[in-house]
Write a protein that binds this ligand. Structure first.
Ligand SMILES: Cc1cc2nc3c(=O)[nH]c(=O)nc-3n(C[C@H](O)[C@H](O)[C@H](O)COP(=O)(O)OP(=O)(O)OC[C@H]3O[C@@H](n4cnc5c(N)ncnc54)[C@H](O)[C@@H]3O)c2cc1C
Length: 454
């Protein structure tokens, strides 16, 4: 039996492993619930709640084709060993350190057992990349490639399908499944996306004005190629603000893989600073009480707290507000990015390790190659929520000193100190040499625009 192993690719459209296995013979579609992964420090019941919905729909779609999804719980190697496997088909996964180690074990088992293990690229990320030169061209080629139709039919496999573990999530997550992904894409391209570039920054407008595709891209209910090609078709007839909006959106799809490629090339950045010269900068000054207050949304900075509270309750926040939360933790509170990143990973339904760790390091100033960007929470509040509508919604007690705490630190003073410390380190020969290596390995090859160069 040819096993198609579903991981973070919970769809049937544009699924190369499924199509290829079906072309060659009978297929056993498999999902392995791995307790060690789901109980890991970066996972939360909200992830399972979303994935479970996706899996239920996937099972329905596969049943209609003729072969239900088989669900097993346990260690991947043990599960594969227990099934009548002749070959395994899967997408390449750029996951966390745990899935990286698990994939190596599965590959070793397959090799030792003489079972072919076919892995297919899952998006624009290139496995075994030697150099970033020409990466964008390759990305465009992959995104423009043919979309793979689902097999017309699958032969019944007769294996007991098992069942999905229950969901114990306390919040309502975004709706999972392929249908929900396509509905979001359609409504974004028909209506919601018209002012995307203008509405993405404020938490008041971003919920509706951004695509909201992130958990779907992260769990693979839609491929980035399908999204890219739908946007390119829409661009052909786009007028007025739509043009800017769609160009900005395609840039983000490109960033998505650009960031994931970094983790693919250097898995250690999930745990270690991009530039090792920054080691020791924050580790020994971690203030647990400040960390707790940041996590709970009680820093005394209403706009920061409103963002954290919305995230805890909904599992989503727009880009600028995510960046502000990390900036506040990293500069104002001088917290190391690693516990900060784990906390946010648990809160983001769309947790995507490749984007997440790169972004958390970038917003904490440890990549060595990005401009230090310190967000001023007062200015962000004035700019993005001038009538305090958002703050009132999430922190209704903000103007009552009996119920709401005083600011945890003085922003200007804390940010000035933090920047001075990082800049001093940045100037050292060791940090500059390492930063150059990071730029060579991971930096975008796009030339800066003429205006920026000037
Ligand atoms: C500290 C921090 C952590 C982040 N962690 C994650 C994460 O774990 N998972 C995740 O999907 N995104 C992450 N992002 C990026 C971004 O905030 C989200 O992708 C976006 O807010 C999701 O909403 P959307 O789908 O409506 O995005 P849209 O604005 O509609 O963008 C469409 C898609 O493009 C990609 N994208 C958008 N912005 C970025 C970006 N800046 N970098 C890379 N890809 C991008 C995403 O796949 C997104 O779904 C993080 C950003 C920051 C600052």
């Amino acid at each position: 039996m040819q096993v198609v192993w579903f991981k973070r690719d919970l769809r049937i459209l544009d699924h190369a492993p499924l199509a290829e296995a079906a072309r060659r013979g009978p297929v056993l579609p498999l999902f392995i619930y791995e307790p060690e992964l789901w109980n890991g420090p970066d996972y939360d019941p909200r992830h399972w709640a979303f994935a479970r919905q996706c899996l239920e729909e996937l099972d329905g779609n596969l049943r209609r084709l003729g072969a239900p999804l088989v669900v097993r719980c346990g260690d991947a190697v043990e599960v594969l060993r227990s099934l009548p496997v002749t070959a395994v088909y899967a997408h390449e996964e750029t996951g966390n350190g745990w899935t990286y180690a698990r994939d190596r074990r599965v590959r070793r088992w397959a090799r030792d057992s003489g079972i072919p293990f076919f892995e297919f690229p899952s998006n624009g990320v290139v496995r075994g990349l030697r150099s970033r030169d020409g990466w964008s061209r390759r990305w465009k080629e992959r995104m423009s490639g043919p979309i793979i139709e689902p097999p017309a039919r699958l032969l019944p496999h007769g294996v007991d399908p098992g069942g999905l573990p229950p969901d114990h999530c306390a919040i309502e997550v975004q709706k999972g499944g392929e249908r929900a992904a396509h509905e979001l894409l359609d409504s974004f391209l028909a209506r919601r996306g018209e002012r995307y570039h203008l509405e993405m920054s404020s938490p008041l407008t971003a919920e509706e004005g951004c695509s909201r595709l992130s958990p779907h891209l992260a769990w693979g209910t839609i491929s980035s190629r399908v999204v890219f090609q739908a946007v390119e078709r829409r661009r052909q007839t786009a007028q007025g603000t739509w043009r800017m909006a769609l160009a900005a959106f395609v840039a983000r799809l490109h960033w998505r893989d650009h960031f994931i490629q970094k983790l693919e090339d250097e898995p250690r950045i999930e745990f270690e600073n991009f530039v090792r010269a920054y080691d020791g900068l924050r580790e020994n000054e971690f203030n647990d009480e400040w960390f707790d207050r940041w996590r709970e949304g009680r820093t005394g900075y209403p706009f920061v707290d409103a963002c954290m509270r919305m995230l805890r309750q909904t599992g989503w926040l727009n880009f600028r507000m995510r960046a502000m939360l990390v900036s506040f933790a990293a500069y104002d509170l001088w917290l190391h990015w690693r516990p900060v990143a784990l906390h946010l990973a648990r809160l983001f339904t769309d947790y995507e390790p490749g984007i997440h760790y790169s972004q958390c390091q970038m917003q904490s100033g440890t990549t060595g190659i990005n401009t230090l960007r310190v967000y001023n929470p007062g200015k962000q509040w004035r700019d993005q929520d001038p009538a305090s509508e958002f703050v009132r919604r999430w922190v209704p007690e903000f103007d009552d000193p009996q119920r709401y705490p005083a600011p945890i630190v003085d922003h200007r003073e804390a940010a000035r100190r933090a920047q001075a410390r990082i800049r001093a380190l940045r100037r050292t020969l060791e940090a500059r040499t390492e930063a150059e290596q990071v730029r060579q390995r991971h930096g975008s090859r796009k030339r800066p625009s003429r205006r920026r160069r000037a």
